[in-house]
Design a binder for this molecule. Sequence first.
Ligand SMILES: [Zn+2]
Length: 364
Amino acid sequence: MSDVWLLFAILGVFYLVEGLWWAPREAVSFSRALSGAFTSATPILFRRDSRSGAIPPRHLVARGERFLCCGWSVIISPRGIGSLQDDLAPWLRYEETGALSASGCRLLYGGKTFARVASAGAARELLRWLRELSRDEPHRRSEKIVDAIDRMLDHSTARRRVRGMRWLVRGSRWLPLVLFANLFVLAPGLLAFFGGWIWSVPASLHAVLSAIAVVFFFRTDKILYRDRRDDRFSHVLTILLYPPAAVRYAELLSRDLLAGLHPLAVAAALDRKTLTELAREAVVDSRRRVPKETEDAAWFRRTCEERVLLALKRYGLDPRALEEAPQPEGGAVAYCPRCHAQYRSGIDDCVDCEGMALVEHRAG
Ligand SMILES: [Zn+2]
């Protein structure tokens, strides 16, 4: 392989790595395909008990409209706060929440990770809200917690934000595709045909295109995320200096737009197929027995389940219809009632859903 091809192969790998999102295990990403439909992806965990994993990009050209959101990360009761992701994290009374801090996508307590959320903005927002809650009278907290859960489940917020972003980037939709074509099609083609002396043509074109990307990025980011000033400047530098990031600049804009919303709400707004799957999991999970649960954790779980069931009705879903048996496929004799994976004989439990017993297909 010549040096030129090696360089483009390395750039291609960096471009793919740049598209990997490290996210909490409860996170779901939604991305729009060329067809206009959204598809979802969840983190690939490198160990079964990993608290976070990598979400690979679903589409080759990063045209934006790829969003990351996350399920519940903390247990919040009127009496205090616990971590849903770490069994060893301490239970905090509201007087102790002053010791919590936000660092990137994490909430820290005593220098250790207390909870992971989908974005730095979502971590700051959660911290701000927890401090506000700590100043409230205890009897008002339960009402505020229910309101916050409802806000996370509000699909109209997701729809409004996605529409707003689409309108803001309407003049620059062509740019990610042109950046991609210049770096991975035009540049290697020119170099292969004319030789190394022509490198300055695609390089100059990339410099001009990435400068335009910075202008679009800066302008849109300022409107979408008023409080991320420091991150904005570091993103601008990355776009200018690192070509794989420049090609993915539109994803830097979209990634955190829906970070504070629950995956069910985002799916209800963008992707009905994923909504059905997530909703079925939520309904089945709400009936599973939870061993060794504290009183506060049980209050939060029951409250979330209640609000989720109400939200499913607002999304136009019938919880009973979600649990209807799937059509048997390819000689399957049983299915998982939670994820609807189908199985042949000889297996009792679903391999993906821990402790979930399979249900036999009815004959005929
Ligand atoms: Zn399953």
